[in-house]
Design a protein around this ligand. Structure first.
Ligand code: CA
Length: 231
């Protein structure tokens, strides 16, 4: 499965840079500049790795780390502007798995991220996942989707939406979360954008697009995959 990474960094340029480096490695990246939002995403979504800047404007990174550690044991790489030994040790004592002192090379971060993911508890699973008794089959490695036995072509955004929803079938993803996962940016009108991509996706994968069963709308919430993953 594609590893999912949450990047928490309030410097916009660095956040986008890290995102593009990690995405180039095939990772799915959530990103935010807010500590509170990081806690929100990190405690609700199954991510495989968190890259966490300790110097955040709204909440100290140390608090974010503590909050995350209360609910999950996702590996965390801490980014710090502080180079003193005691600060590094403090970060590691809080439960970080690795740390990088700014400025650092994004390439180095990618290497560390891969190493942490390798030794993390990421369970190897089949590249192909099937849902709804074989109705929907997603092969992430080959980037292929088939519905009721027929291969279908998806745009990158439709692919991203479907893979995001299929990560945890039945879980409701808000439109904001989906656009953040898929496109990695926030902008006005994101709801309408997600809605129109979902509409296109449904046209391709639903037996009856007007009565969707695979990608369900949750009133006031967002979307979810309406079928279970097959075992
Ligand atoms: Ca910062």
């Amino acid at each position: 499965m594609t590893p999912t990474v949450l990047v928490v960094e309030d410097e916009y340029k660095l956040r986008q840079l890290l995102r593009s480096y990690l995405e180039r490695e095939g990772m799915v990246v959530y990103s935010t500049g807010s500590g509170a939002e990081a806690v929100e995403i990190g405690t609700r979504s199954p991510v495989d790795l968190v890259v966490l800047d300790l110097g955040l404007p709204d909440l100290p990174g140390e608090d974010v780390l503590r909050e995350l550690r209360n609910v999950c044991d996702t590996p965390v790489i801490v980014l710090t502007a502080k180079s003193e030994e005691r600060d590094r040790i403090a970060g590691l004592e809080l439960g970080a798995d690795d740390y990088m002192t700014k400025p650092f090379s994004p390439r180095e971060l990618v290497l560390r991220a891969k190493a942490v993911l390798r030794r993390g508890r990421a369970v190897p699973s089949a590249a192909t996942a099937s849902y709804g008794h074989g109705e929907l089959v997603i092969d992430e490695e080959k980037r292929r989707v088939s519905v009721r036995g027929a291969d279908i072509e998806l745009t990158p955004t439709e692919w991203g939406l479907l893979v995001a929803l299929a990560r945890v079938p039945g879980r409701v993803y808000s439109r904001y979360e989906l656009i953040n996962l898929v496109r990695g940016y926030e902008f006005d009108g994101y709801e309408r954008t997600v809605n129109s991509h979902v509409k296109n996706l449904r046209r391709k994968i639903e037996a009856e697009p007007g009565n969707p069963r695979l990608v369900e709308t949750v009133l006031g919430g967002g979307y979810r995959l309406g079928v279970e993953r097959d075992r």
